[in-house]
Design a protein around this ligand. Structure first.
Ligand code: PEP
Ligand code: MG
Length: 887
């Protein structure tokens, strides 16, 4: 295998192998842009290294060869005493994981080459010794696990001894002493001296970067972002360039468009006389990129030219890291930039407008997850609440919660069900658990490219950063003397950057208003709304999967239709048996004889008919799948424990009379119906077979409602669905009875009623060929199918032990959330193929929760289903994903 690629050998399509950073460095090198020389060690090598625990055969020789090429390109040798080449060793996985893995800078410095570096920098001893102490610190921490505080302490002592506050006030001699102190720290913890051999430094740094793939925070980030655990990271070895060589040097980040809104312009941050890590760490407040024009016009102009080249080349928003070393511009990284959900839509539409991409491509540039974010509510500022302060709107959204100051507090509060806002001076990768747990993040330092901003945008979490009037303390923060305590509620607006005290009310987002069809006319031409409209329209045109909704009330059906649903895929009739109707259901269950039971059913029928009529009206002309009652009947009865206590107490008191008698009868019924595994018990089609008249009543009500709508001139398209079928005989029994009733009710009204079944028991999937004989359609109930295929109780397992499964990587995401393609998906495939083999026109859909999950929608498209059905608010998301699956 080939483990090492020179930058000139790679290209942007090799991300699997070279990681995002390596692939794009290669691409820029080949575009002739000013990239420092370097090479990339592949993710393959990392996977090998992690699997074998150490040495990878052949890797050393390859590194040797590429290092020699690098040395000859730069005209210097690694760590050479007189004129050293220094390199950075940087992580870079296929998917960007900002700040989660390790980087070591200044590799190649030692007691001798430090003098050579000083000479290169024009006799700048201070710079050379500062670089050396940074190497020992970074190397000690990342390669040898020396606790970082030890170095911090030594630095602190050096400043104290000198009586200064800032690092920059330490001179060359101070830093030289500090290097000696750092070396002592190193030897104390590691047991040997800081390695002087440059090549050994390099090898150890590379291995440390490999290992950092499995650092705790990297593992957590991958789980959060659903990045597979086995990809490994590439390692980039790059000739060092320095942004901290004086005022004519500096470092920055730039975006070719605004990553928050998508508007074209000059966006980014610049820090004079600094190294790249200083910008991303958010440690110093940066200058707007536009200010670079005044500082160094030549570099600025060159940067703008390069940005235009990159956009033209990638046909997308790019973000860039660059360094200026004594007036010479170097590109350290570029990638297709992370962006907010709103920017993703507007940028895609702009690129279409500019002729850079076509509409098919535009549809792939956005995702259902992003659309979901745009559907979150916004702050309602009608009362014009006064803002406490304002920072940079780094990641949009409207979030409120109690103020906490540490990651651990945020995690604890969220576990206790509280909403919190994590307030930090700046965040670092160790804050990740708290950032995940919080509703939003507020920092007092750092710009749009600080750690907090980048990570929050990536996660779609609301974030305001760089609110520099905020003084963050231990258990309170102040703004101009006004104190906000831990536990006080604040609201943060990630779009405007405004921070409010208390809970600001919210209103529907513009995008939801657009879907609802009641958009404020002033907003109709807003770029975002226009972009969503254009992209959704195209997605609908391309989609092959239809999208239906799961709804069981008229208003839900109406909303889903406005959101673009093509009918109802699941109307759960049990939801109609709650509230004041519970009593009728009780009567049905407690009935002593046929007459009592018929009475109860007769009372329920008109109510059901009206429910159905309302829904059929809202979905006039579109199919409505009504599922016959599914859950175990005891769900409608009081709990066994409570009732037993009640009856015992009543007996004790000697109460008698009608109520006491009823309670006793009820208790007997509850006892009789008690099941150890109700999910595997008397529910679904089994109820219909056991309780005479129950399904018949529902079928009659459905047919009557359909006839009533037809009589009004409407066009009902009812589909009756039988739940929990495992054998064709079950379905045939129900079907025979239902057909008789339908024929009787429908007469010559012209109403057509389809009869089909859910496929949600594994046996049904495996005998789908037989079941299709009796079914005009199948709808996959992937909730139960997942439950029964894995044997996981859908109501219990997620909190109980899934964390361990996720930790072990048995699955990357709960199979109840995203369809398990290999297992449950296989059942879906089998049933699809065998069902259609029996009945070529068989209509196939899915109505489990997976119908609204983007990943799963792509799977259902591939398998060839006709539709997915999901909750009303997921309908637009499923429409978009259905379009994306088809382009
Ligand atoms: C299913 O099992 O996937 C389904 C849609 O039915 P329910 O969730 O009501 O059991
Ligand atoms: Mg089910």
């Amino acid at each position: 295998a080939k483990y090492v690629y020179d930058f000139a050998e790679g290209n942007k399509d090799l991300k699997d192998l070279l990681g995002g950073k390596g692939a794009n460095l290669a691409e820029m090198t080949n575009l002739g842009l000013p990239v420092p020389a370097g090479f990339t060690i592949t993710t393959d090598a990392c996977q090998r290294f992690l699997a074998e625990g150490s040495h990878v055969d052949g890797l050393d020789d390859e590194i040797d060869r590429h290092l020699r090429d690098l040395e000859s390109a730069m005209g210097r040798q690694l760590g050479d005493a007189a004129d050293p080449l220094l390199v950075s060793v940087r992580s870079g996985a296929k998917f960007s994981m900002p700040g989660m893995m390790e980087t070591v800078l200044n590799v190649g410095l030692n007691d001798e080459s430090v003098a050579g570096l000083s000479r290169q920098a024009g006799g700048n001893d201070r710079f050379a010794w500062d670089s050396y102490r940074r190497l020992i610190q970074m190397f000690g921490k990342t390669v040898c696990d020396v606790p970082g505080e030890e170095f911090e302490d030594a630095l602190h002592k050096a400043k104290e001894a000198k009586g200064v506050r800032d690092d920059v006030q330490l001179d060359a001699d101070d830093l030289k002493s500090l290097v000696a102190a750092y070396k002592k720290v190193f030897v104390k913890h590691v047991g040997h001296d800081f390695p002087q051999d440059p090549r050994q430094q390099l090898d150890l740094a590379i291995e440390a970067v490999f290992r950092s793939w499995n650092a705790d925070r990297a593992v957590l980030y991958r789980r959060q972002e659903r990045i597979p655990a086995d990809l490994g990271t590439a390692v980039n070895v790059v000739a060092m360039v320095f942004g901290n060589l004086g005022p004519d040097s500096g470092t920055g980040v730039a975006f070719t468009r605004d990553p928050a809104t998508g508007e074209s312009g000059i966006y980014g941050d610049y820090l004079q006389n600094a190294q790249g890590e200083d910008v991303v760490a958010g440690i110093r407040n940066t200058l707007p990129l536009a200010d670079l024009e005044k500082i160094d016009k030549k570099s600025y102009d060159e940067l703008l030219r390069i940005m235009a080249t990159l956009e033209g080349h990638y046909h997308d928003l790019c973000d860039i890291e660059f360094t200026i070393e004594r007036g010479k511009l170097w590109m350290l990284q570029t990638r297709v930039g992370k962006r907010t959900a709103a920017a993703a839509f507007t940028i895609a539409a702009q690129l279409v407008e500019e002729g850079m991409i076509d509409l098919d491509e535009a549809v792939t540039r956005v995702s259902g997850g992003q659309l979901a974010q745009l559907m979150f509510p916004r702050f309602d500022l009608a009362g014009d609440p006064a803002a406490l302060t304002r920072g940079v709107g780094a990641s949009p959204g409207a979030a409120y919660g109690k103020v906490v100051f540490t990651s651990a507090q945020a995690v604890a509060a969220a576990a206790a069900g509280e909403q919190v806002i994590l307030v930090r001076r700046e965040t670092n990768p160790d804050d990740l658990p708290g950032m995940i747990a919080a509703q939003g993040i507020l920092t007092s330092r750092g710009g749009k490219t600080s750690h907090a901003a980048v990570v929050a945008r990536g996660m779609g979490k609301t974030c305001v950063c760089g609110a520099d009037q905020v003084e963050v303390g231990r258990d309170q923060f102040t703004v101009h003397g006004e104190v906000v305590h831990e536990g006080d509620v604040i609201s943060i607006d990630g779009t405007t950057g405004r921070v409010y005290r208390g809970e600001v009310p919210v209103r529907p987002s513009e995008v939801v208003q657009y879907f609802e069809g009641d958009l404020d006319p002033g907003l109709a031409n807003e770029p975002l709304v226009a972009a969503v409209h254009q992209i959704m329209t195209h997605a609908d045109e391309r989609a092959r999967l239809r999208v239906r909704t799961n709804a069981d009330t008229g208003p839900d059906a109406a909303r889903a239709r406005r959101f673009g649903a093509h009918g109802i895929g699941l109307c759960r009739t049990e939801h109609m048996f709650l509230g004041d109707r519970r009593e009728l259901v009780e009567r049905l269950i407690l009935a002593h004889n046929k007459a009592e039971r018929d009475d109860a059913l007769a009372a329920l029928r008109p109510l059901q008919r009206d429910d159905f009529l309302e829904i059929f009206r809202e979905m006039n002309g579109l199919p409505v799948t009504v599922r016959l009652i599914d859950p175990p009947l005891h769900e409608f009865l009081p709990s066994l424990e409570e009732l037993a206590v009640q009856v015992a107490v009543a007996k004790e008191r000697g109460s008698s009379g009608e109520q006491a008698e009823r309670d006793e009868r009820m208790l007997a019924a509850v006892r009789r119906m008690h099941e150890s595994n109700p999910m595997l018990g008397l529910r679904g089609v089994r109820l219909g077979l056991v309780i005479p008249g129950l399904f018949a009543m529902q079928v009659r009500a459905i047919a009557e409602a359909a006839v009533a709508l037809a009589a009004e001139g409407g066009r009902p398209r009812p589909e009756i669905m039988v739940p929990l079928v495992g054998a064709v005989q079950e379905l045939e029994t129900v079907r025979t009875e239902a057909e008789k009733i339908i024929a009787e009710v429908v007469g010559d009204s012209g109403v057509e009623v389809l009869i089909g079944t859910m496929i949600e028991v594994p046996r049904a999937a495996l005998t789908a060929g037989q079941i299709a004989e009796a079914a005009e359609f199948f709808s996959f109930g992937t909730n139960d199918l997942t439950q029964m295929a894995w044997g996981f109780s859908r109501d219990d397992v997620e909190g109980a032990f899934f964390w361990r499964y996720l930790e072990l990587g048995i699955f990357g995401i709960s199979p109840f959330e995203s369809l398990d393609r290999d297992g449950v998906g296989r059942l879906v495939r089998i049933a699809t193929e065998e069902g259609r083999a029996t009945r070529p026109g068989l209509k196939l859909g899915v109505c489990g929760e997976h119908g609204g999950d983007p990943e799963s929608v792509h799977f259902f498209h591939e398998v060839g289903l006709d539709y997915v059905s999901c909750s009303p608010f997921r309908v637009p998301i499923a429409r978009l994903e259905a379009g994306r699956a088809a382009v």
